[in-house]
Structure formats: C-alpha cells, structure tokens
Design a protein around this ligand. Structure first.
Ligand SMILES: O=C(O)CCC(=O)C(=O)O
Ligand SMILES: [Fe+2]
Length: 491
C-alpha cells in the first residue's frame, strides 16, 4: 500500500517539492541551451571550401582563431554538461519529501474507481477530466484507463474493471494511425477477457468455500460490496443485508437518500445550557436522531483552535492502521484510507480547553477518554461502515481496551470538504456533512453497556478537496454517575 496518495498533507508536500524540481530543470535547460548555442555557433560559422583561408591573411587569422580558441570553447562545453550536478540537486530535492511509489499511483487509480462507484460518475466524464464542475488538467489516456482496469480487477471490483477494459479497447481503436503494435494490444486485451472471467470465477468460488474466519476479516479490509455480494449470493439474508447497506451508504453519500420527513418529527435544534456560564454562550445543538442519540453541535471550535490542532498533528501523521479482530494485529487496510495522528492532553493549552469544552457539552468526563485521533483524508479518502465500540461483551480481545469500551464518540470537523466526505449512519439514514468547527456526537453503547449496532457509520469518500477530523472516544469508566447504566437487558 502506498503511503503518499492517502493524505492531502503528503500530496501538498509533493506539490511543493515538484515545483522546486521543475524550477531546477528549467535552470538546467537554460544552461544547456547556452552550451549548445556555443556549439551551434561553431558549426554555423564554418564556411569551408567557399573561403580562401590559405591566401588571405585575415581569413587565415580567423581560421587559426577558430581552431585554437573557439574550438577550445567547444571542447569545454562538450565536457561540461551540467547533468551530473542537476541530478544530484534533484536527488536532494526529491529526498526532502516522502516520494510516491507505484503503489501510490495504483492507490490513486483505485481511489478514482471508488469515487466513480460511490458518486455515480460516468467513465467518459472521468476520462475527460470532469468531476462535478471541476476540470482536470489532462484527460486520461488509454494507458491510464488500463491502470484503472487492472487496479479495479486487483481490488476485486470485477464489473467496474470490465467497463474500464472496454474503454481501453475503445480508446485504442480510435487511435490514428492504428499501428500494428496497437492492433496487437487490442487483440491481447480482448483475448485476456476469457482469462479474467475464469480468474474471477475461481476467486469467487475460493472465497465462497473458505471458512467464516476468513470471511470475517473482509469487513475490516475494504473488500468491495460487489464482491461480497457474489460470495453471499446463495445466502438470501446476508445478500439482502449487503445490498441494502451498499444502497444506503452510497445513496446517503450522494445525497440521493434522505430521511423521510416523519423521521424528523420530534427532532429539533436548540441551545444547550449545561453550565451556568453557558447561558451566556450556549451550544447550538441539532438533534439528528433520538434513539440512539446523535447530535450535531455547530460552531464549537474556533479557527485558531483548529489551526493549533492541525499544527500539532501534521508532523505526526502516519498511514492509518485498523485493528484486525482475526489476527489481533494492526494492519493497513483499504477500508480506511487516510493518515492519522494522536494529539493528547498537555500538547497545548488549546487541547486541554477543547477537552473541557467536551465535558461542558456532554456532561461526561474526558479523564478516561483516549487521546484525540486526528485524521487527514486525501483523494478518495474514506472509511467503510464500522462501529467504534469493541463489543467487549461478545468479543474477547487479547488486550482489553483500557477503561472500558468506547461509550461515546465526539467527532470534530476541522475543515469544509468541497464535495463528499460526509459521515453517514446507513441503518438510520442519517447523513452529516463535514462543516468546519462543528462536532458530531453519539453514544456507541446502549444504557446496559451493550454495543449498539445501529450506530454503524462510515466516512464517505472525499470527492473534491480534503478532509480533516479530530475524534475523541469517551470510555465507560468514570461515567457511572454522569451516565448511569441500567441492568435491564432491553434498555
Ligand atoms: O471521518 C468520518 O466522518 C468518520 C471517522 C470515523 O468514523 C472514525 O474515525 O472512527
Ligand atoms: Fe468511527
């Protein structure tokens, strides 16, 4: 898995480095042009047999000057290429940033395919470089499309992959002139289709035959729903469930699925006064769901606070890992594409102030919470549907999370996302747009401490722009009097 394409911060650093690289090359070209100018001038000024160099003393003088002094300059310029120095310079410039590798290019290609899928983008628009009202600097070539096709195939997105292969063939056929080489390529791609179909059948069958522990892993690894649906096609219940989830997730991300108006009945916006001084400056709260409680606080972080948090987090950003329930290890995953950093109490007074604010907002203690988990999502950055709790009552973890399960999540949005990037709760059909300074809060556990699977949520892929969030997971311990539990299994 590449580590550059996943985060807007790393890509921005790459842009800066590439600016310097291009500038250095420009300087190099200027020097080379001067150098070649000397040689060209030497060639141009030679008139050979047309001139009497032998009997005319001035011409004779010119000749001697030419073969001594001027030739010397040419010789110098043949020796003195600047390429070595430039190369060394470029190496330094490029080493100053984290360089993308092939895997990043593939990751970026797959991100495009995912965006195409979730946001219903047409292949032709993508090839032309159109996303919403934005135009890319270049169209996609047949070669680029081939990468999309191969990447989607590798990522088990078989149907989309075939569409891209089809496009590659179309683009190649339209090439003028249609060379022998291109003909061969088209033939090869068409013949390969059979193999692809075979491979696809084989892989699907293998997955169908594997046991549950393997299949369980799928949820955390970003295996596309289309593939999961194929595996479960004989299991009505799972199939319908997946189909529904997929439909709701992408529908909510696109804004095609919204809550029916009656779902809003009884939900309201208002001002919350938890502390006396908050009467002067109450929190703007919007209740988005009543059971389980999901609320959005508007304008709870200032621009200065946000910039401090980003400033602390930026140098600490690392490729996101997810916890695998099967191997109990942290692993890279296509299910969550972004970079994360931890920011803790004491890093800055701003952090402490925000923690205090969370206590004022929720009435819960942050003494037992985890550190702030800051996430920066880049191209296609997203997080597949998941729950935040560990479900301690049902799953035994080798290392039980300290201080109980994750009772509640407070998610701050640190910037506006140009397009995409909402947080969605598919089973409740709740979609919360990323708005700078607002915070999304919900309880992950039922009152009796059981994990509430209705809180399953996902981060829609970022379509345009980037996305920054800071999460705080509040744990059960310490909340006994603030959020008392019940022993009623139904509660
Ligand atoms: O980015 C989002 O909107 C959701 C992130 C999330 O669910 C998480 O980090 O657990
Ligand atoms: Fe989450």
């Amino acid at each position: 898995l590449g580590e550059v394409h996943t985060s807007a911060v790393t890509v921005a650093q790459l842009v800066e480095a590439e600016n310097s690289v291009t500038h250095a090359l420009q300087e190099y070209v200027k020097k080379e042009e001067t150098r070649l100018g000397t040689i060209k001038q030497y060639i141009r000024s030679w008139q050979g047999g047309l001139v009497d160099y032998v009997h005319n003393p001035i011409n004779s003088f010119h000749l001697l000057r030419r073969v001594t002094k001027e030739y010397h300059a040419v010789q110098e310029s043949l020796h003195d290429t600047f390429a070595e120095a430039v190369l060394a310079n470029l190496r330094v410039l490029r080493e100053s940033v984290q360089l993308p590798v092939e895997a990043d290019l593939n990751g970026a290609a797959y991100a495009l395919v995912r965006l195409q899928h979730i946001y219903n983008l047409s292949i032709d628009d993508l090839i032309d470089g159109h996303i919403r009202n934005k135009k890319a600097i270049q169209m996609l070539s047949a070669d680029d499309c081939l990468r999309m096709a191969q990447q989607s195939f590798n990522n088990l997105e078989f149907e989309l992959s075939e569409k891209w292969y089809q496009k590659v063939v179309e683009l190649l056929m339209a090439e003028q002139p249609l060379t022998h080489h291109v003909h061969l390529m088209i033939d090869k791609l068409v013949k390969q289709k059979e193999h692809r179909v075979m491979l696809r059948t084989l892989v699907t069958q293998m997955a169908k035959d594997s046991d549950d522990t393997v299949l369980d892993q799928f949820s955390g690894l970003g295996i596309p729903t289309s593939f999961q649906k194929q595996i479960y096609e004989d299991h009505d219940q799972e199939y319908v469930q997946l189909e529904k989830l997929d439909h709701l997730y992408s529908g909510l991300c696109r804004g095609d699925v919204t809550q029916p108006p009656e779902a809003y009945a009884g939900l309201k916006c208002g001002y919350a006064y938890s502390h006396d001084y908050r009467r002067l400056m109450p929190f703007k709260v919007e209740l988005r769901w009543a059971d389980p409680i999901i609320v959005v606080y508007h304008d709870v972080l200032s621009e200065a606070e946000i910039s401090t948090v980003k400033h602390i987090a930026s140098p600490r950003l690392e490729t996101t890992m997810v916890h695998s329930f099967t191997t109990h290890q942290m692993q890279k995953s296509l299910a969550r594409v972004g970079k994360t950093a931890w920011v803790q109490r004491g890093d800055d007074t701003t952090v402490d102030r925000i923690l205090q604010r969370i206590e004022d907002m929720t009435g819960l203690t942050t003494d037992t919470s985890e550190d702030f988990h800051v996430l920066n999502y880049g191209i296609g950055g997203h997080y597949d549907a998941h729950v935040d709790f560990f479900d301690l009552q049902n799953k035994s973890l080798d290392k039980a999370p300290h201080l109980g399960d994750r009772l509640a999540t407070m998610l701050f949005y640190l910037n506006d996302v140009e397009a995409g990037g909402s947080t969605v709760f598919p089973t409740l059909a709740v979609e919360v747009p990323a708005r700078q300074g607002s915070a999304l809060f919900w309880f992950n556990l039922e009152r009796n401490g059981k994990g509430d699977y209705r809180t399953m949520h996902a981060a829609c892929p970022v379509l345009l722009g980037e996305k920054w969030i800071a999460n705080l997971w509040l744990h059960e311990f310490g909340q006994e009097f603030r959020w008392p539990c019940t022993l009623d299994p139904k509660d």
